[in-house]
Design a protein around this ligand. Structure first.
Ligand SMILES: [Zn+2]
Length: 282
């Protein structure tokens, strides 16, 4: 004849509290342990990879038009495309530049605001970019990016220069707002005239990586008052020691940062004419 056997603790509990019976056996041996297991799983799903969930939230808030939801370590675009946030790999400095993931893109804090000291070696917040993210957002080819460009007038009162920038993330409206703010400051005109370019589908000099100028969300100011590490050092070697140089006034930088643009003058590998739209870092 079939007989149930109880562990001594359960037998004690059942005898004390409930008497014998199949229902109590099921409650103690199946239902309660399973409930406990599912409760633990549910709670732990909120606790795993806090860095991933914080980073994904940051990206979703910075670019509110593009994502539908995120799971544990995956960012999901509105069309269902999935992107892994953290590939879990440790990378060298060069590997971070050449094959980063979204986690690497966010890892280095950007020093927002004025009174930031000249960047030290290794401080290049924003130069690490997960290229598929930008291709997906702004266009995967030159033609795709071009379809989304709009014309804006750079400093409409004084310079009246026509520039083409992307409409994605309302960047044409943001550049217009920056332009109008700068137009009120005639003492800054020499830095703002002859802007060196916005949209240009090309690689970063000396690399196989696309420049953010390819995406129409970047502007270079007047070269005549700018400094670029490769020109000053006459080298494209990432490991070279540099002496920081800059003429661009902070007044300009603060206006760009207010609208979601980071400045290449805050990189050890400085590029002081360069502003790109990277609200996830601000
Ligand atoms: Zn540039």
């Amino acid at each position: 004849m079939f007989r149930f056997r109880f562990c001594s603790f359960c037998a004690f509990l059942v005898q004390r509290l409930c008497g014998f019976g199949l229902y109590y056996w099921l409650i103690f041996h199946i239902f309660l342990p399973l409930s406990f297991f599912f409760a633990l799983s549910f709670l732990s799903s909120f606790q795993q990879s806090p860095a991933a969930s914080v980073g994904i939230k940051k990206i979703m808030e910075a670019y509110p038009d593009h994502f539908q939801k995120a799971s544990e370590n995956i960012l999901i675009w509105k069309d269902g495309t999935q992107m892994v946030f953290d590939d879990g790999l440790q990378k060298s400095r060069q590997e971070l530049l050449e094959s980063p993931d979204l986690e690497d893109q966010l890892a280095m804090p950007y020093p927002k605001g004025e009174n930031t000291p000249p960047p030290k070696k290794g401080e290049d917040a924003g130069r690490i970019r997960y290229e598929p993210f930008f291709r997906k957002m702004y266009g995967n080819t030159a033609a795709e990016v071009q379809q989304k460009l709009a014309e804006v007038v750079w400093l409409p009162k004084t310079l009246k220069i026509k520039l083409k920038v992307t409409t994605v993330n309302d960047i044409h409206k943001k550049i217009t707002a920056i332009s109008e703010a700068l137009d009120e400051k005639p003492h800054l005109k020499k830095y703002l005239q002859n802007p060196a370019g916005t949209f240009n589908w090309r690689n970063i000099s000396g690399t196989n990586r696309l420049s953010t100028h390819s995406f129409g969300m970047t502007i270079d100011l007047n070269v005549a008052h700018s400094h670029y590490w490769q020109w000053d050092s006459k080298s494209k070697d990432e490991n070279i020691s540099l002496v920081y140089r800059n003429q661009i006034p902070m007044e300009i930088v603060l206006i760009f940062e207010k609208y979601g643009f980071i400045w290449g003058g805050k990189w050890y590998h400085y590029d002081t004419m360069h502003f790109e739209y990277r609200p996830e870092l601000l």
